[in-house]
Design a protein around this ligand. Sequence first.
Ligand SMILES: [Mg+2]
Length: 231
Amino acid sequence: MKAVFFDFDGTLTHKGQNVWKRIWERLGYDIGKGSYYRQLYKNYMDNKITHQQWCDLTCEAFMKRGMTRQMLKEVASEIQLLGGVRRTFIKLKRQGFKIFIVSGNIIEVIEDVIGSAVNNVDVLMANVFVFDDEGKLTRIAGTSYDFEGKAKFIEEFKTKTNSNANDLYFVGNGGNDEWAYLSGCHTICINPDGANFEDNTKWHAVVDNVTDLEQIMPFINAEQDQEIEND
Ligand SMILES: [Mg+2]
């Protein structure tokens, strides 16, 4: 089976629009050096807390400042999608690719931002914000498919569908996408932001200044053409 796995933040959206950061800021928290926000990130990276603990502690801080669904919607409305997302998804589908979004963002935000393009997505994996009847945040259910988990997701798909790694592509932009190559798939880095894009073990292609997602198509097609030639 052929598939393309997309990251969301900075991959399908314009550079530098981190949703998590925006929520912390909107709630009045400091996100600079030495802030609790940065400390939690560091604790996770140092394996001092699990991903779910990171989500729980974040949720606690958000609840303390009265985080609501309305606020999440407002943050989502500020996020700009790249051009051509729906068009590119449709083209990929026509070429027989399944489309996945494997993100460390929040399901509801992704759905709001990508709009009708969601209909072309086979599976959307991300964190879930749970709200009560009054729209107040009560829980954050963490995804197990961020960071190393992105590679795990692709590997599980590969095994389940008995796919060839050569037919699988990952498109990402940041440091949390750097494990994807471990699954053996092709990796395309777009608008790099914190990713070590010069490491060609981790990233097989780099596309900068992407304003329209269709700019990735030559990289996917070129590889396929090569395969045909090699056959
Ligand atoms: Mg990203």
